[in-house]
Write a protein that binds this ligand. Structure first.
Ligand code: ZN
Ligand code: FE
Ligand code: FE
Ligand code: ZN
Length: 263
């Protein structure tokens, strides 16, 4: 059991201190736990979406101290960073400030709209949903090809509120899988979708299978925003991976991939 996507109270919309997540991981038999709290926003704005820049060193220090523990779980220092088109150099610079094990890349914003925030859900009405899906998948592929990330997190987050397109999305999955393979990034099987209106894993089974076909590695995470969510749904992720033909998952240490057998 690996859980390579958890948050902490530092990002202001999650609860729990790092040590509480470690204790929860231990209780849930999670053997690898990667902290991936939200990187502060590049424009410096102080929102409830992410840590503050002045808090980032404390986050790194807290997790680094937990990494030094001899006991299970193995702790990794990660970060979840927003894809922000046009800010690649800034992000690269920000990511090189600390020795992360893993960097998750997330598309949470389209033209500044936090489309996964329930508070802004009404904005879907302003979009043609087909065009929105195409736009989202373009951003996702561009993010992957930027080379800034190790793993593309919750890769079909655009389905969160179940605004589904009218066309067959197989082509979008295919193009994304190709971009992931070209860029050498992994896809994340994220169990938070099970707890959201879409009620399924991110990604869909068809998307995961397309990635497998293209030789894209897979990571796994709960996206826990409270200690009780650590490890939640991992057995569903495991089943989905097997069904897609995976026999290993990947964890990143020092931003290098290591495969762990799952069969
Ligand atoms: Zn979050
Ligand atoms: Fe996210
Ligand atoms: Fe997250
Ligand atoms: Zn997330």
């Amino acid at each position: 059991m690996i859980d390579c996507h958890v948050h902490t109270r530092l990002c202001r919309h999650a609860a729990g201190a790092p040590l509480e997540y470690v204790a929860a991981a231990e209780a849930a038999d999670v053997s690898v736990l990667a902290f991936t709290d939200h990187l502060p926003l590049l424009d410096g704005s102080e929102t409830d979406y992410a840590m503050r820049w002045r808090e980032l060193p404390d986050y790194v220090l807290d997790v680094t101290q937990l990494k030094a523990r001899a006991a299970s779980p193995e702790v990794l220092l990660g970060i979840e960073a927003d894809w922000t088109p046009g800010k690649e150099n800034l992000l690269h610079e920000a990511l090189s400030q600390h020795p992360y094990d893993v960097v998750l890349g997330s598309v949470h914003f389209i033209d500044g709209w936090a489309f996964d925030d329930p508070e802004w859900k009404a904005r879907y009405a302003e979009w043609d949903i087909d065009a929105l899906w195409m736009r989202y998948f373009n951003e996702l592929a561009e993010a992957a090809r930027s080379g800034l990330f190790d793993v593309m997190a919750h890769p079909d987050l655009i389905k969160k509120f179940k605004f589904m397109p009218s066309f067959d999305v197989a082509g979008l999955y295919e193009a994304a899988a190709e971009a992931f393979a070209d860029a050498g990034v992994a896809i994340e099987v994220n169990t938070a979708g099970l707890r959201k209106p879409c009620e399924e894993l991110y990604p869909s089974q068809a998307f995961l299978t397309a990635c497998r076909r293209h030789g894209v590695r897979a990571s796994v995470g709960s996206d826990a925003h409270e200690p009780d969510e650590v490890g939640l749904g991992l057995s569903f992720a495991h089943d989905a991976l097997l069904a897609a033909g995976y026999d290993a998952v990947v964890v990143f240490r020092g931003r290098k991939p290591f495969e762990l057998d799952i069969r």
